[in-house]
Design a protein around this ligand. Structure first.
Ligand SMILES: Cc1ncc(COP(=O)(O)O)c(C=O)c1O
Length: 408
């Protein structure tokens, strides 16, 4: 039996080191702390890291996503297809626009939404699809793109950009999959838009923050679309604070009642300090996932998270076990026993149909049997770059011990 480690085990502490502290201190001393050169620098760094042409940073995934849907002109009567297992934000941004999130059940092979499920939910009102790379494991982008292309025949555009694209918008919720790979390339340009979250618990963090990649087909001015998002993310103002302060030009117009969605230089500095180390951090996460797999290979009735296949490589954001035939009580008992052993865990996610906001609009959990099955048996274990080997050995041993007792 492994001894209980002396150091407390965190669930997902941020990978902040002295370089990040120094970078933030430098911005604090620079005389400019809101959106400015650091944000522009992070956008350039992300373009290189992702191999993407058009990248914009915002205050969160949610802000970036909402701006995309506003640009697209999503509105009342429109539908966007989203998975039954995701964080509330995915559906909330659709609701903010007055549109309907059409929730589809997930696939038990990897708990992502499948292209077939999306195809079955398409209607003439479908204005977009928003699959989620759950835990950092990419959806089947190629197959979903085919479904979206096939959506041309029933698509009814409501404005000029919808007419130009001529089909539903493919928006990837890549909140978990920064650094994941699909088809030999980083997840970034497989969808029309791809948005990452840099929230405090994510692999790559700016405390709060997010980035969006625009990869609309040729004919769209991607840089101009990002510029539109920046303007609408700053109250619709045509000149930002830096341009006013340093450019010596105080005049501006406000082209519409925009929002407030900017990332600050303080946040961007944290990201810029981390990015050169991120590839190595992904390797550490992958190795931890491999060690977990090794430790759990003899455990009965459990599905391990996917790590890699010929097409995809995970970003290893979450390490979630799935006890396939467990009840909620068994899962909760495991969480409680692990807590007593000093092991923090989590459940990703409570299915949308269980949340009041969606129950109140008529969703019933019985209609999403796979999301329910996922929820009953899902438990996410600590996965982060400061997890020590003795801590991981302790986690594996306690999970195997308690799960075996609870399954028996
Ligand atoms: C799947 C998913 N989508 C979207 C978000 C929202 O990200 P943010 O907090 O950066 O707005 C999250 C955050 O946890 C998430 O898990």
């Amino acid at each position: 039996m492994s001894p209980r480690p002396a150091a407390p085990i965190g669930f997902a502490p941020p990978p902040i080191d002295e370089d990040a502290v120094a970078a933030v201190a430098a911005v604090l001393r620079s005389g400019w702390i809101t959106t400015g050169p650091e944000v522009a620098g992070l956008e350039e760094d992300l373009q290189v890291f992702l191999g993407a042409n058009a990248v914009g940073c915002f205050g969160s995934w949610t802000e970036a996503a909402e701006l995309v849907w506003r640009w697209w002109g999503l509105g009342p009567g429109d539908e966007v297809i989203v998975p039954a297992v995701t964080f509330a934000a995915t559906a909330n941004v659709v609701l903010h626009c007055g549109a309907v999130p059409v929730v589809v059940d997930v696939d038990p092979s990897d708990w992502n939404v499948s292209a077939a499920a999306i195809a079955a939910a398409m209607t003439p009102r479908t204005k977009g699809v928003m699959p989620v790379d759950l835990g950092g494991w990419p959806v089947d982008y190629g197959a979903i793109r085919e479904v979206v292309e096939a959506g041309r025949k029933d698509f009814t555009p409501a404005n000029s950009v919808q007419t130009q694209l001529g089909r539903p918008l493919f928006f990837a919720d890549a909140a978990h999959s920064f650094g994941a790979v699909y088809g030999g390339r980083p997840v970034a340009e497989q969808a029309d838009f791809t948005a990452f979250s840099f929230h405090a618990v994510k692999n790559f963090t700016t405390a709060e923050g997010g980035a969006v990649v625009c990869a609309l087909p040729d004919g769209f001015d991607r840089a101009e679309i990002l510029r539109w998002m920046k303007v609408w993310g700053l109250h619709g103002a045509t000149r930002d604070a830096l341009a006013k302060a340093r450019g010596g030009q105080w005049e501006y117009d406000v082209v519409g009642a925009g929002y407030k969605c900017n990332m600050t230089d303080l946040q961007a500095a944290i990201g810029r300090a981390q990015l050169p180390k991120y590839a190595a951090q992904l390797e550490v996460r992958g190795e931890l996932a491999r060690r977990y797999d090794e430790g759990f290979k003899g455990l009965q009735g459990v599905q391990l998270p996917p790590r890699e296949d010929g097409l995809r490589r995970s970003a290893f954001h979450l390490y979630a076990l799935h006890f396939l035939d467990w009840s909620e009580e068994q899962r909760n008992a495991l969480i409680g026993r692990l807590r007593e052993d000093g092991i923090p865990t989590n459940v990703h996610f409570i299915p949308l149909a269980r949340l009041s906001v969606h129950r109140d609009r008529g969703l019933r959990r019985e209609d999403f049997p796979m999301a329910e099955r996922h929820f009953r048996g899902a438990i996410s274990l600590p996965l982060h770059t400061s997890l020590q080997r003795d801590q991981q050995d302790w986690i594996v041993e306690r999970v195997v011990h308690h799960a075996t007792a609870l399954s028996g």
